[in-house]
Design a protein around this ligand. Structure first.
Ligand SMILES: [Fe+2]
Length: 211
C-alpha cells in the first residue's frame, strides 16, 4: 500500500484543486489502543441510542452529528485531538451497511484535511484514492449545495481509465485528503455496519499530508 504519488498524476483542470496538488492522500496517526477502544465503545453507545445504527437498512452515507452533544458523550475524542493541538470544529459519521461501494467523489470545499477515526467494522474495507485523467474530470460538473459549497460526484467515471494512487484500511485514525478523488471499497467487508467518524477542525491538519 502506498500513499505517495507524483505531481504529474494530478492534472485537474480546475483551479479549485490547485492547493491540494502537493499533498499526500493520507497519513496514519498513532493512537494508544486503550484510548482508541474507549472512544470507539463510547461512540457506538451514543450512536446506538441516538441513531439506532444497528438497525438501519438504508441510511445516508454521511451523517452530521451535534458536535457538542457528541463530545459530552465521548470527551476522550476531544482529549485525543487536543494532544495533537487540533481544535475540533465538527464531527460527522459515515455508515455503510452492505457490500455496496461508496462511489468516487471529492468532498465539499473548503475543507481538505479531515481525520477519519475508525469506530466499528472497518477491517476488510478500503479507502481508495484515484487520479482521474483531466479529460474525464473536465466532463464532470461540480454540484453546488445550498450553502454554496461545491463537490464532485465522480460515480459515473470509468475507474478502468483512472490510476489508483493510494489505499488504506482504516484501523487507526487517518488524516484524510478529501480533495483528491476517493471512494470506499466495501466488497470484502464481512461485518456491518461499518462506521467511521469524520472529524473537521478549525486548524486543518494539512501538515500531516505534506511529504
Ligand atoms: Fe469523502
Amino acid at each position: 500500500m502506498t500513499s505517495g504519488y507524483s505531481m504529474h498524476n494530478i492534472l485537474f483542470n480546475n483551479g479549485l484543486l490547485n492547493n491540494t496538488m502537493t499533498l499526500k492522500p493520507y497519513h496514519q496517526l498513532d493512537c494508544p489502543d486503550d484510548l482508541q477502544k474507549t472512544i470507539s465503545e463510547k461512540a457506538i453507545d451514543f450512536l446506538k441510542t441516538k441513531y439506532d445504527i444497528l438497525n438501519l437498512t438504508k441510511p445516508s452515507l454521511w451523517n452530521k452529528l451535534n458536535t457538542a452533544e457528541f463530545i459530552r458523550a465521548v470527551p476522550e475524542l476531544l482529549q485525543y485531538f487536543n494532544s495533537l493541538n487540533l481544535k475540533l470544529r465538527e464531527v460527522a459519521f459515515t455508515i455503510c451497511v452492505s457490500n455496496e461501494n461508496a462511489g468516487l467523489h471529492i468532498d465539499e470545499l473548503p475543507v481538505t484535511a479531515k481525520i477519519n477515526f475508525p469506530i466499528l467494522n472497518t477491517q476488510d474495507s478500503l479507502n481508495l484514492w484515484y487520479d482521474v485523467p483531466k479529460e474525464l474530470m473536465s466532463q464532470v460538473n461540480p454540484i453546488v449545495n445550498k450553502f454554496g459549497a461545491a463537490f464532485y460526484n465522480l460515480g459515473e467515471v470509468d475507474l478502468s481509465q483512472c490510476q489508483q494512487i493510494a489505499s488504506v484500511e482504516v484501523l487507526k485514525p487517518v488524516v484524510f485528503n478529501s480533495q483528491l478523488p476517493h471512494m470506499i471499497d466495501m466488497s470484502r467487508c464481512k461485518s456491518f455496519p461499518r462506521i467511521v467518524l469524520t472529524c473537521m477542525f478549525f486548524n486543518e491538519p494539512v501538515d500531516f499530508l505534506k511529504e
